[in-house]
Design a protein around this ligand. Structure first.
Ligand code: C5P
Length: 232
């Protein structure tokens, strides 16, 4: 598995996304299409980005009853994306149903990863609002173990949790990590953050980077900096 930098393209129109992608002439970044972009541009924008030669992580974070997730994943499996996801909080029956739905008749399927805890969730919020009293690393490790037992390929977690997840569940279990900031960029609403290089040192397999690239004065330079810091 190569170490990829995935650009979170959180835009509200297909035109803004394609204008952004036009900036990248040589190196076609791995693109994350999340809820905002998917609800604005629909399956058509996914096909368009794929036709332009980008790998796609379709980040819709499914979380519903098993039957709904199975049927929705069946629909998504027809879009030629490389990776998609769900919330591990939906439980193991839901995660197994997702794999069934996502698997095409020829046995192939996109990678499926699970969100453990959002990187915007702090320990305080975990305890006070979600009423989960265990330390964040234990909660993430437990959700990740459930995901692995259910057949998922990896988890979305903070880079700070990549190392313990790998130690517990093996190196081949993917860690996809948002919450990435350059030393000189704003944290925004993210809480458990690291730089691209720290994420590399912690063993993250893929980093998901949004605003530090999409809102940069020179997004291509910011992307190139990110790739250098993450892969050196
Ligand atoms: O702009 P920023 O770099 O904060 O973007 C991070 C992206 O990763 C957003 O699209 C967000 O939805 C996503 N994400 C996250 N934390 C998770 C799962 C996904 O920030 N646990």
């Amino acid at each position: 598995m190569t170490r990829d930098v995935i650009v979170a393209c959180d835009f509200d129109s297909a035109h803004t996304l394609t204008t952004f992608l036009d900036l990248f002439e040589d190196d076609k970044p791995f693109v994350k299409i999340g809820m905002e972009m998917f609800y604005a541009g629909g399956p058509q924008i996914v096909r368009e980005v794929k036709n332009r030669g980008h790998k796609i992580f379709l980040d819709l974070k499914l979380h519903d009853i098993p039957q709904t997730v199975r049927k929705t994943m069946r629909v998504l499996s027809q879009l030629d994306v490389d990776m998609t996801n769900l919330h591990c909080a939906g439980g193991s029956t839901m995660m197994k149903a997702a794999i069934e739905g996502l698997t095409r008749s020829d046995g192939t399927r996109p990678l499926l990863i699970g969100v453990t805890q959002l990187t915007s969730t702090s320990q305080e919020m975990l305890e006070d609002e979600l009423l989960i009293s265990q330390p964040m690393p234990d909660v993430v490790a437990s959700y990740a173990a459930n995901a692995q037992h259910s057949g998922l390929d990896g988890v979305v977690c903070s880079p700070l949790e990549a190392q313990p997840v790998h130690e517990k569940l093996g190196k081949s279990f993917l860690t996809v990590t948002p919450g990435i900031r350059f030393v000189d960029s704003a944290a925004d609403d993210q809480r458990r953050i690291t730089t691209p290089h720290q994420a590399y040192e912690l063993g993250a397999d893929m980093i998901v980077v949004g605003r530090p690239i999409t809102q940069a004065t020179d997004p291509v330079a910011a992307y190139t900096r990110c790739v250098k810091e993450f892969t050196r």
